[in-house]
Design a protein. Structure first.
Length: 149
């Protein structure tokens, strides 16, 4: 199990879109600059997210990208699955997968993967972009009150 820059950058990009809210589209070059994401890589991620129905693009001089639905209706799990597929890609966990499992005699290992997949899914599907945004805004507000000596 390895979450890569693809997932990290994708979450940062949708968080940036969530921050914009209904304030209109934001251009990819602005997202890239604010989040430190290579623009070419970001374009690929945005394209995947658009095809997955999580964001939409607006053409024109003031165009860019925006969330397809409110941040409160999209989960972190939705974003991660759109970018990379299943959260815990273990063949034995697919429907009917235990029968296909090469090591079906190792049910203890299967039970571990099953519990891990359930925990990851609960966390990822249990957090919306809105919640992630509220955490970010709270952290930004607290950082503003820090005293630097």
């Amino acid at each position: 199990m390895n979450f890569t820059a693809r997932e990290d950058y994708g979450l940062r990009a949708v968080l940036e879109l969530a921050q914009r809210g209904s304030g209109g589209p934001i251009q990819s070059k602005e997202i890239a600059a604010r989040q430190g994401i290579p623009e070419q890589f970001l374009e690929q991620l945005l394209s995947t997210l658009r095809r997955g129905g999580l964001i939409r693009s607006v053409r024109g001089a003031s165009g860019g990208y925006m969330l397809a639905k409110p941040a409160s209706e999209t989960t972190v799990g939705d974003v991660l699955r759109t970018l990379s597929g299943e959260l815990v890609p273990i063949a034995c966990l697919e429907p009917g997968g235990l029968d296909k499992c090469e090591h079906h005699s190792s049910y203890g290992v299967h039970a571990f993967w099953e519990r891990l997949a359930k925990a990851i899914t609960e966390v990822a599907d249990g957090m919306t972009l809105q919640e992630m945004l509220e955490i970010q805004l709270s952290a930004n507000a607290q950082a503003g009150y820090m005293i630097h000596i």
